[in-house]
Design a protein around this ligand. Structure first.
Ligand code: SF4
Length: 260
C-alpha cells in the first residue's frame, strides 16, 4: 500500500468526518447525564456494558445519590444492588465509592475540569476523562474507545493500538474545536455501520474514502441487514425523529427503545 501524503491524509480524514456529521447529525454522548458528576459516574458504569443498560440504571442511582457527597456515604451493598444490572457491580461499586470519596476529600465534592486532575481519580483513565471534559466542560477531547480505535485504524488515520498514540495521531488531522464532535461521529459509525466483526461496507456512506472497504459485507442488501440502532431495518420512524432534532429523553418518553 502506497504511503499517503500528510496533506492528502488530512483532507481525506476531514471529508470522512463531514460525511459522518451529515449521516449522524444527532450524534451526542449516548449516556444520559445532567452534570459532570452524573456523566463521570455513568462513564465508570459503562465499562463492559452498553450505554443503553447504563441509562436504565442511572435514574434510580442519581435519585438515591444525587452528588459526590451522598455517594461517598453510600452503603456498599445497597449501591451494589442498584448498579448490579451493569455487571462487574462489586468492582464498580468499589470504584464509585473511592471516586466520590476522593472528590469530596480533594475537590470539595466537585468534578475537576482538568485532564491532569481527572486521571488521578480512582477508576478514571484518559478515555473517561476525555468523555467528561468534552461533554460536561466543553473542553475538546478525543475519546478513544474500542470503536474509535478500530475505525481510526480502518481509516488509516493511525496504525497504533495504543489509545494515547491513536489520540495523538488523530488529533493532528483535525482542528481542536472539532475533536469532541468527531469522537461522537466515529463512535456512532462504529456502533451502527462499521462493526468490529461484520462492517456493513455495502451501505457505508464513507466507503469511497475508506481503505478498509471490503473488510465487511459489500452486497448492499445483505449489508443493510447488518445495520443497528436507529438505522436498523424497520426503524425508519425513529431515524426521522432523531433527524428532526428530538432529544433522546423525548424519544424514550414517547416509548421508543434506543438500543440496537
Ligand atoms: S467501508 Fe466498511 S470498513 Fe470502511 S468505514 Fe465503511 S463499513 Fe467500515
Amino acid at each position: 500500500m502506497e504511503e499517503e501524503a500528510p496533506v492528502a491524509l488530512k483532507r481525506r480524514a476531514r471529508r470522512i468526518n463531514r460525511i459522518l456529521a451529515e449521516t449522524y447529525p444527532y450524534a451526542v454522548a449516548e449516556l444520559d447525564f445532567h452534570n459532570a458528576f452524573e456523566l463521570l459516574v455513568a462513564t465508570v458504569l459503562s465499562a463492559q456494558t452498553t450505554d443503553v443498560r447504563v441509562n436504565l440504571t442511572t435514574p434510580a442511582l442519581f435519585a438515591r445519590y444525587p452528588d459526590a457527597r451522598a455517594l461517598a456515604e453510600a452503603d456498599e451493598s445497597e449501591l451494589q444492588e442498584i448498579i448490579r444490572p451493569t455487571g462487574f457491580y462489586r468492582a464498580k461499586a468499589n470504584s464509585l465509592l473511592s471516586l466520590s470519596r476522593r472528590l469530596v476529600d480533594e475537590f470539595d465534592g466537585e468534578v475537576p475540569g482538568r485532564l491532569n486532575d481527572l486521571v488521578t481519580l480512582p477508576g478514571v483513565g484518559r478515555k473517561t476523562a476525555n468523555v467528561v471534559l468534552g461533554n460536561a466542560f466543553d473542553v475538546p477531547g478525543i475519546t478513544v474507545d474500542t470503536h474509535f480505535g478500530r475505525l481510526a485504524r480502518r481509516f488509516r488515520w493511525t496504525t497504533s493500538d495504543d489509545p494515547v498514540k491513536v489520540e495523538l495521531d488523530v488529533g493532528v488531522l483535525f482542528d481542536r474545536k472539532d475533536w469532541t464532535a468527531l469522537s461522537h461521529h466515529v463512535v456512532f459509525h462504529g456502533r451502527r455501520i462499521c462493526h468490529a466483526k461484520k462492517p456493513a461496507c455495502g451501505v457505508c456512506p464513507v466507503a469511497a474514502l475508506c481503505p478498509a472497504y471490503g473488510e465487511g459485507e459489500v452486497d448492499p442488501i445483505k449489508a443493510a441487514k447488518l445495520l443497528k440502532y436507529e438505522l436498523a431495518p424497520g426503524r425508519g420512524e425513529l431515524l426521522e425523529l432523531m433527524r428532526s432534532g428530538k432529544s433522546r429523553a423525548e424519544l424514550r418518553a414517547a416509548g421508543h427503545g434506543l438500543g440496537a
